[in-house]
Design a protein around this ligand. Structure first.
Ligand code: 1CP
Length: 353
């Protein structure tokens, strides 16, 4: 009788969730496609605007594959952005050169009620087509990661209308009008579930939820607006797609990383570069998979500083469930040779272990 291969053993990435790492850990990099690559800039120019690129399956597949042609990475990530969710829900988004995302601000609960998940799923059909084409273009040993922003991080952009350092409006709704804010978060929970589920149906094998601004909330806010909505998203996804591992990047969560994976039900946590390595090994990795956490600034610096930091991360995490990554996205002025050097460092350090 022929043995049916379980998907778990098929890629280094999927195997990492099942068992402690042995040999070289899997490796991919947040924002591995992007402006640090000259070929990205060329494709981006061909597409027109950034969102035109996100909604063009042929070109989005091309930019997702570009880093894999240069570097021996274990995963591709869908090329898209977290802000396609508000754009799809009916809150138009544009990306301005030198400014970043600009959204028509949500002013009140009346605006929340206009957001439509049906509209989003139609609007984002090209994103799901990108996933489908990307899976078909990838070799079997390369895992495909789908992703979404988390409700809190998405809400900050939707309420402020742009990137913010202070989060005045997001925090105002979160703390002063929690019952009204819950209406928006409710829509976003459903939107994130449908968006991620559509990516899985199209071929995504691992999901990552980005809560990039999780760290700006106090304990009550973190539980109410990071943990609670994410727990509900994960529970719904697990009933639909029990085989798909889910990673959470709760940037700035600090000591709240302890027990976080169990509280929200995810299969691993992506750590930012401020999380102490020894602490994380004992308090986080003992219970779940960790991913991370090289400082992208150190990747840009390269050389001996990078060697030191990479060795420290590998010494701390390489014996457990672990995926090597950065603690945040690659910076646009990173020399591509430094990424090649990083891939070699991870490989060489692991063969010497
Ligand atoms: O070409 C350009 O000028 C656009 C630059 C760019 C790129 C390449 C943006 C604008 N988004 C992306 C792609 C992207 N964004 C990906 C897929 C590519 C990959 O990883 O290889 C992913 C996963 C994201 C996620 C994303 N977008 C996050 C979460 C992760 C994080 O970095 O914290 C966030 C917060 C965004 C919003 C966003 N997108 C882009 C900008 C300038 C911003 C605002 C960032 C901010 O407020 O600081």
């Amino acid at each position: 009788m022929t043995q049916i291969q379980t998907p778990v053993s098929e890629t280094r990435m999927l195997a990492a969730f099942a068992a402690p790492n042995s040999g070289r850990p899997p490796l991919w990099l947040m924002r591995q496609a992007g402006r640090y690559l000259p070929e990205y800039k060329a494709t981006r120019a061909e597409a027109g605007s950034f969102l035109d690129l996100c909604y063009n399956p042929r070109l989005a597949v091309e930019v997702a594959l570009q880093p894999l042609r240069r570097f021996d990475l274990d995963a591709a990530i869908l090329f898209s952005d977290i802000l396609v969710i508000p754009d799809g829900l009916g809150q138009p988004v544009r990306f301005e050169e030198g400014v970043g995302p600009v959204l028509l601000r949500l002013e009140d609960t009346v605006d929340f009620a206009q957001l439509s998940i049906d509209r989003m799923l139609k609007h984002l059909a090209p994103v799901y087509e990108t996933v489908d084409r990307l899976r078909a273009a990838l070799p079997r040993e390369t895992a495909l990661i789908g992703f979404s922003g988390a409700p809190w991080t998405l809400a900050t952009y939707m309420l402020e209308g742009r990137s913010t350092r202070e989060f005045h409006l997001g925090k105002y709704w979160a703390y002063a009008r929690p019952d009204d804010f819950a209406l928006l978060v409710e829509v976003l929970v459903e939107a994130v579930v449908e968006h991620l589920s559509a990516q899985v149906r199209a071929g995504a094998e691992i999901l990552q939820i980005f809560d990039s601004w999780a760290g700006v909330l106090d304990d009550w806010g973190f539980r109410r607006w990071v943990e609670e909505p994410t727990r509900r998203i994960v529970a719904k996804l697990k009933t639909r797609h029990p085989e798909v591992p889910i990673l959470l990047f709760a940037r700035g969560a600090g000591a709240r990383h302890a027990g976080l994976a169990a509280r929200v039900g995810v299969d691993g946590v992506a750590l930012d570069c401020t999380v102490p390595l020894q602490w994380a090994r004992q308090e986080v990795q003992a219970h779940t998979l960790v991913q991370g956490n090289l400082d992208p600034v150190i990747l840009r610096i390269g050389g001996a500083a990078m060697q030191r930091a990479v060795s420290a991360i590998l010494e701390s995490f390489a014996g457990g469930r672990f995926i090597f990554n950065l603690g945040h996205g690659i910076l646009p002025d990173t020399p591509p040779e430094h990424v090649a050097a990083l891939v070699n460092m991870v490989r060489e350090a692991s063969t010497n272990r």
